[in-house]
Design a protein around this ligand. Structure first.
Ligand code: HEC
Ligand code: HEC
Ligand code: HEC
Ligand code: HEC
Ligand code: HEC
Length: 394
C-alpha cells in the first residue's frame, strides 16, 4: 500500500537518483531524450514551396484557421515563454518542444562543453528560417519528415509528396511533448505527466489525446476537395488565451453539482453552502501539465441589495517550492472521475440571500506575471463557470 507520504518519498528518491545518474554520466554525456535535440532540418516536400503553416493554409484553410487559434501557434511568441528563455537559469533545450524543427532554430547544438547543459556547443544553422520560428508548433513540426507530408493515409489527390505513417501521427506524437519528467538542475525539474496520467486513468483503452482534443468530423480537407474523415485542429484545452486577442477553443473537464444544496435554513442552524465538483470529462488529472496551473472555485453570499456578506475560495492545483531544490509540497489535482466537495459554513441573520459560485482556471499567478513584467493585458485566467442560487434563512 502506497500512502501519500511514502508516494512522495519514492518520488523524491527517484528525483535524487535521476540527479545522481545525471551527474555520474556527465563525463560521457549523450543526448537521451528527444527534446534534448531539435528535429533535424527538414526539406520542403516535393510539390510545395515552403514549410510554413501559412503556405499549407493556402489549401488547408480550415486547418490553418483552427491551428491559428491554438496555443500551439503561440508556443514561441508567448510572452511568458520569451521571458523565461531569456533567464540564465533556462537551458538551451527549452526551445525543442516549442520550436521543434531545426529549421526554426538559429543554431545547431552539436554537443555540450564539459557536458554542461548551460554550455551547449552551437554552430550557425544555414537553413534557419525566422518566419518559421514565429509559428511555434506549426504544421510541418507534426507533419513533415524526410521530404514528405506524414499522413494517416495517402489519398493520391494531394499535389505534394505524402507518406502514410499512422504510428507517427498517433497519440504518441502528443505524449512526446506532453509527458516529460526530468531533473534538469536542482532548481529546474520538468514535470509534465499528462501522458502517464492518461495511461493510468479510465480512458486509456477507449479515448486518446486525439479523440478529445482533435474531435472527428467529415469535411473537405483542402479547398475544392470532397468530404472525407477529418479531425479538427483547434487543440482546444483550458481555453486560457495567451494574448488578449487570441481566443483558443475550450474544453471543460469539471462539472459542479448542487443536488445536496439546501435552499431553506432555520435561523438556529449554521448555514452550510456546498457543491461537489467532479473531473467528469478530462482523460487525465485536472489541472494537468504545467504545474503552475490551478483552479479557483469562489463562493460568495450576497444580500438582497447585492452587497457581499461573506466569501470563501477553494484551490485545486499543485504547490511547489523551487529553491534551493525544486520539490512538490502539495498536490490536490482531481483524478479522472474523482469528486471533491467544497463547503462554506456561516451564521446568517434571517433574510433572503443569493449564493454565487464562480469558477476560474489559472495558467499562472498574477504575481508571476508581474514579476516577469508581462504587462497588464497578459491573461492569467478565465472564468469558466458561474451559478447563482437564491436561499432563505427563516
Ligand atoms: C497547393 C495546395 C496544397 C498545399 C500548399 C498543401 N496541401 Fe496538403 N493536400 C492538398 C490536397 C488537395 C490534398 C488532398 C485532399 C483530399 O482530396 O482529400 C491534401 C492532402 C493532405 C494530407 C492528407 C494526406 C494525403 O496525401 O491526402 C495532409 C496530411 C496534408 N495535405 C498536409 C499538408 C501540410 C502539412 C502542408 C504544408 C506543409 C500541405 N498539406 C500543403 C493540397 C495542399
Ligand atoms: C512539439 C511538441 C508538441 C507536440 C507534438 C504536441 N504539443 Fe500540445 N503543446 C505543446 C506546447 C509547448 C504547448 C503550450 C504552448 C503555449 O502555451 O505557449 C502545447 C499546448 C497544448 C494544448 C493547450 C493547453 C492549454 O493552454 O490549455 C493542448 C490541448 C495540446 N497542446 C494538445 C496536444 C495534442 C492533442 C497533441 C497531439 C496531437 C499535441 N498537443 C502535440 C507542445 C506540443
Ligand atoms: C476523455 C477526453 C480527454 C482525453 C482522452 C485527453 N484529454 Fe486533455 N483535456 C480534456 C479536457 C476536458 C480538458 C480541459 C480540462 C479543464 O481545464 O477543465 C483537457 C485539458 C488538457 C490540457 C490543458 C491543461 C488543463 O489542465 O486544462 C492539455 C495540455 C491536455 N488536455 C493534453 C492532453 C494530452 C496530451 C492527452 C493524451 C495523453 C489528453 N489531453 C487526453 C479531455 C481529454
Ligand atoms: C500537434 C500536431 C499537429 C499539428 C501542429 C498539425 N497537425 Fe494536422 N494532423 C495531426 C494529426 C495527429 C493528424 C491525424 C489525425 C487522425 O486522423 O487521427 C492530422 C491530420 C491532418 C490532415 C488529414 C485530414 C484531417 O483533417 O484529419 C490534414 C490535411 C492536416 N492534418 C493538415 C494540417 C495543417 C495544414 C496544419 C497546420 C495549419 C496541421 N495539420 C497542423 C497533427 C497535427
Ligand atoms: C518536453 C517538451 C518541453 C520542453 C523541453 C519544454 N517545454 Fe515548455 N511546455 C511544454 C508543454 C507540453 C507545455 C504546455 C503544457 C500545459 O500547459 O499543460 C509547455 C508550456 C510552457 C509555457 C507556458 C505555460 C503556461 O502556463 O502557459 C512556458 C512559459 C514554458 N513551457 C516554458 C518552458 C521553458 C522555460 C522550458 C525550458 C526550461 C521549457 N518550456 C521546456 C513542453 C515543453
Amino acid at each position: 500500500m502506497i500512502n501519500k507520504f511514502s508516494g512522495l518519498l519514492i518520488v523524491l528518491i527517484l528525483l535524487v537518483a535521476i540527479a545522481l545518474y545525471w551527474k555520474s554520466t556527465a563525463s560521457s554525456y549523450s543526448f537521451k531524450n528527444h527534446w534534448e535535440t531539435a528535429i533535424p532540418n527538414q526539406q520542403v516536400p516535393k510539390g510545395l514551396n515552403s514549410l510554413s503553416s501559412k503556405a499549407c493554409g493556402q489549401c488547408h484553410t480550415d486547418h490553418y484557421q483552427e491551428w491559428q487559434t491554438s496555443t500551439h501557434s503561440m508556443a514561441w511568441k508567448d510572452l511568458q515563454f520569451q521571458a523565461e528563455i531569456k533567464k540564465e537559469t533556462s537551458p538551451y533545450m527549452c526551445i525543442n518542444c516549442h520550436i521543434p524543427l531545426q529549421n526554426q532554430q538559429e543554431f545547431m547544438v552539436t554537443g555540450l562543453k564539459d557536458d554542461d547543459i548551460y554550455q551547449p556547443i552551437k554552430v550557425k544553422n544555414p537553413e534557419f528560417d525566422a518566419e518559421l520560428q514565429q509559428e511555434g508548433i506549426n504544421c510541418a513540426a507534426c507533419h513533415v519528415r524526410n521530404g514528405a507530408v506524414m499522413a494517416m493515409e495517402v489519398s493520391h489527390r494531394a499535389p505534394h509528396a505524402s507518406v502514410a505513417n499512422p504510428s507517427h501521427l498517433s497519440e504518441q506524437l502528443c505524449i512526446g511533448c506532453h509527458n516529460a519528467v526530468a531533473v534538469v538542475t536542482p532548481e529546474l525539474v520538468c514535470t509534465f505527466e499528462t501522458g502517464d496520467e492518461w495511461k493510468a486513468g479510465p480512458y486509456a483503452d477507449t479515448k486518446n489525446c486525439k479523440t478529445c482534443h482533435m474531435p472527428a468530423i467529415h469535411r473537405p480537407v483542402a479547398v475544392g476537395a470532397t468530404e472525407v474523415k477529418s479531425r479538427m485542429h483547434y487543440f482546444m484545452g483550458s481555453g486560457i488565451p495567451k494574448l488578449d486577442t487570441l481566443s483558443p477553443e475550450r474544453l471543460d473537464g469539471l462539472q459542479y453539482n448542487f443536488d445536496t444544496f439546501k435552499t431553506t435554513w432555520s435561523r438556529s442552524d449554521s448555514v452550510v453552502l456546498t457543491t461537489t465538483v467532479t473531473n467528469k470529462f478530462a482523460g487525465h488529472r485536472v489541472p494537468t501539465g504545467d504545474p503552475e496551473r490551478f483552479i479557483i472555485t469562489k463562493f460568495s453570499v450576497l444580500d438582497t441589495n447585492k452587497q457581499l456578506v461573506a466569501t470563501d475560495s477553494f484551490r485545486i492545483g499543485e504547490h511547489w517550492e523551487w529553491y534551493p531544490v525544486a520539490k512538490k509540497i502539495a498536490d490536490n489535482n482531481l483524478n479522472p472521475g474523482d469528486s471533491r466537495t467544497h463547503r462554506m459554513q456561516l451564521h446568517l441573520p434571517p433574510g433572503n440571500y443569493l449564493f454565487l459560485l464562480q469558477a476560474y482556471k489559472y495558467r499562472t499567478t498574477d504575481e508571476l506575471i508581474k514579476y516577469n513584467k508581462l504587462g497588464k493585458h497578459y491573461p492569467s485566467h478565465i472564468l469558466f463557470y458561474k451559478k447563482e442560487i437564491p436561499f432563505v434563512v427563516e
